[in-house]
Design a binder for this molecule. Structure first.
Ligand code: G6P
Length: 608
């Protein structure tokens, strides 16, 4: 959720830590802070708001120092003000600590520590960790971390520094991602590889239960029983330009335009249209195993859940396997299930969403095989899945997911074809669909040319107070995704609904003031969609329809028609979603919203 960065080595730590925080602030941006071992002791500076505010606050202060930790926050406990910003300090101010996650027994620990005379300065759960470290008796910081963690319940990715050991950083992980970056005579720690990419490509992901000690001389990882662990060193594959704007005004805009390439990467070398085949190296399921699947459960949150809804229809139609799609946040508490012949597909951009990880653990405990469909290489979900397929979307920085969504959908559609092929989908049909899927990146490229038109529409609609998005079949999840994109970045109320369900409630809201976006590509449900559009028009609603090129049936019923390239009904979401992403983006810009950092949201939601 929040972002953590740290450095110890031979260079000035401040610029490295501030630079890392800037790359991480999409993870949380309520407030930021640093603790630096400087010439005059531990310099701690915190500020509500952005990293730039923190940097300004440091002007004129003595900031020379070779070891520092920093944090950018997404508030869980306590308002986003200076007192609640990290790092948190022990009473003496000798120990400083940054933390992601939630300490579940914080209140009990706070009461106990207060009784022992500790004085608290914030409302956060994190602060108890700083006082626990102070209260511990060990002579080294790592001894104290071990001692403190013995009484802590909850999740953490934490990093601490102590004036008694001014070159050392100790970090610990349980449920919140942390990695060590390896340099030459310098070491980094971060919650996310983007923060250290500028300095090193060699990283080691910590596992739950790991404690790591960094000094300029080296790093050491030990597990809970003090056993040294030799965790694998991974290479970050993406480049610095993947995490830079490259001339775009926002990451969201850049990522929308990357979709022809990102979807191409997802299928390249995997989809073999001429043979009608899909080869997914990480799938881990042979033909016999696919034939033995009784049921598929798709788990995800937010946009990833929408991708799962699109996959449901394709998997069911092509393979005959019944599919249910569950909100991971709800499914994680399911009990009494026998999922012995069920495959659970966990869909996640970050691979760190706490609810999705919780749901995966529930599914596995009920006997399910877990297949991860994940973007971030080496993420917790990738490591906890029995097998998996990476999205290859590259880093997604904009909080509102765009390119990860289309990569999720195209990857899940490949899976649907793979399952279909193993369970009797006729060869010629499989080949036809594979060829159509192979054309999707080009169709997305053509759909992006609608941008000027969407900009004009945005100018007409940006002052509306509420939007309704409707769709049927494969277009219903697109309606949900279109509404989500609009509400999360423009703060306009928007609801997605199955078009026919509208008459059971939302139609009461329709009047001349209400734009209704109807996702209506050419498919067998189009005549029914047209009937729903007429129902909206009869109540005075303004209809913006997203239809297919070459289809004029919508002209007679909709106020405005946007036409995207036509494709098969199962694949149309990959194309119809493009103008909806652009509409949300342009409306949000016209309303003066920060599209990359929408209020109250975070990119990676590592709390339940
Ligand atoms: C947050 C993000 C969304 C994302 C959702 C699930 O809400 O803002 O963009 O869809 O989490 O995240 P995941 O990383 O699991 O796909």
């Amino acid at each position: 959720m929040c972002g953590i960065i740290g450095y110890t080595g031979h260079r000035q730590a401040l610029d490295i830590v501030i630079g890392g925080l800037r790359r991480l602030d999409y993870r949380g941006y309520d407030s930021a802070g640093i603790a630096l071992h400087g010439e005059g002791g531990l310099l701690v500076s915190k500020a509500p708001g952005s990293v730039s505010g923190l940097r300004r606050q440091l002007n004129g202060q003595p900031t020379l120092g070779l070891c520092a930790i920093g944090h950018t926050r997404w508030a869980t406990h306590g308002a986003p003000n200076e007192a609640n910003a990290h790092p948190h300090l022990s009473c003496s101010g000798d120990i400083a600590l940054v933390h992601n996650g939630v300490i579940e027994n914080a209140e009990d620990l706070r009461t106990l520590l207060k009784r022992r005379g500790h004085h608290f300065r914030s409302e956060t759960d994190t602060e108890v960790l700083a006082h626990l470290l102070e209260d511990a008796e060990g002579s080294t910081l790592e001894d104290r971390v071990f001692e403190a963690l013995e009484v802590v319940e909850g999740t953490y990715g934490m990093a601490a520094v102590w004036t008694a050991e001014p070159e050392k950083i100790v970090l610990a992980r349980n449920g919140s991602p942390l990695l060590v970056g390896i340099g030459e005579g310098e070491f980094f720690l971060a919650s996310d590889a983007a923060a250290v990419l500028e300095h090193t490509r060699s990283i080691v992901h910590l596992e739950d239960g790991d404690v790591s000690v960094l000094t300029p001389d080296g790093y050491r990882i030990v597990d809970r029983s003090w056993q040294t662990q030799n965790r694998a060193v991974d290479r970050i594959q993406w480049s610095l330009s993947d995490v830079e704007l490259n001339g775009f005004d926002s990451f969201m805009h850049k990522e929308i335009h990357e979709q022809p390439e990102s979807t191409r990467r997802a299928i390249s070398g995997r989809l073999q249209p001429d043979a009608g085949l899909v080869r997914l190296g990480g799938l881990g399921l042979g033909v016999e195993e696919i034939r033995n699947i009784d049921r598929i459960l798709i788990l995800g949150c937010g946009t990833s859940w929408h991708a799962g809804l699109i996959a449901r229809q394709a998997i069911q139609e092509l393979s005959g396997i019944p599919v249910s799609v569950e909100y991971a946040s709800e499914f994680q508490y399911a009990s009494g299930l026998d999922l012995g012949r069920t495959i659970s597909i966990a869909v996640s951009q970050s691979g760190e969403t706490a609810d999705t990880l919780g749901a995966v653990r529930t599914a596995r405990a009920a006997g399910s095989y877990v297949l991860g469909v994940v973007n971030v290489v080496g993420s917790t979900l990738a490591r906890e899945s029995d097998s998996g397929v990476y999205l290859r979307a590259g880093p997604e920085i904009g909080v509102a997911s765009t390119k990860a969504f289309t990569s999720q959908v195209i990857t899940l559609l490949m899976l649907a074809l793979r399952f279909g092929w193993a369970r009797g989908l006729p060869g010629p049909e499989g080949s036809r669909l594979a060829r159509e899927l192979d054309e999707i990146p080009e169709l997305i490229h053509r759909a992006l040319r609608l941008e000027p038109e969407m900009e004009v529409l945005a100018k007409e609609l940006y002052e509306a107070r509420s939007f309704l998005y409707l769709g049927r079949g494969a277009s219903f999840p697109v309606a949900l995704e279109g509404a989500l994109k609009l509400k999360e970045i423009s703060y306009i109320h928007a609801e997605g609904y199955p078009a026919a369900e509208m008459k059971h409630g939302p139609i009461a809201l329709v009047d001349e003031e209400m734009p209704v976006v109807c996702v209506a590509p050419s498919d067998p449900l189009l005549p029914k969609m047209v009937a729903n559009i007429q129902e909206v028009r009869a109540r005075g609603g303004q209809v913006l329809a997203v239809g297919s090129e070459g289809d004029d049936i919508l002209d007679a019923v909709a106020d405005r028609v946007i036409r995207v390239p036509a494709t098969s009904k199962l694949f149309s979401p990959l194309v119809t979603v493009i103008p909806l992403q652009l509409l949300a983006y342009h409306i949000a810009r016209l309303r003066g919203c920060n599209v990359d950092r929408p209020r109250n949201l975070a990119k990676s939601v590592t709390v339940e």
